[in-house]
Design a protein around this ligand. Sequence first.
Ligand SMILES: [Zn+2]
Length: 92
Amino acid sequence: MKVPATINTYCTKCNAHTEHTVTLYKKGKERGLAIGARRHERELHGYGGQKYPIQRNKAKTTDKKTLVLTCKKCGRKTMRSGVRLRKLEIIR
Ligand SMILES: [Zn+2]
């Protein structure tokens, strides 16, 4: 799917339609000292193995692409819900 680099859409902070720059959402770096990471590490200690099943064979061949829209006026970032796609192209 092809997406334009700028979209005119609603901004929740400006309460109006403004120009937004479009970027693709990427997962951030995981912090080893975050509470969830510390708790998970603690749960793996001792007897009893993995606490939840790890999915090994996936059925889906595509993944959801989420768009991050940044308001050009105020800088507020909003996510646009992901659609399953093989390829997403942002056209400059
Ligand atoms: Zn705004």
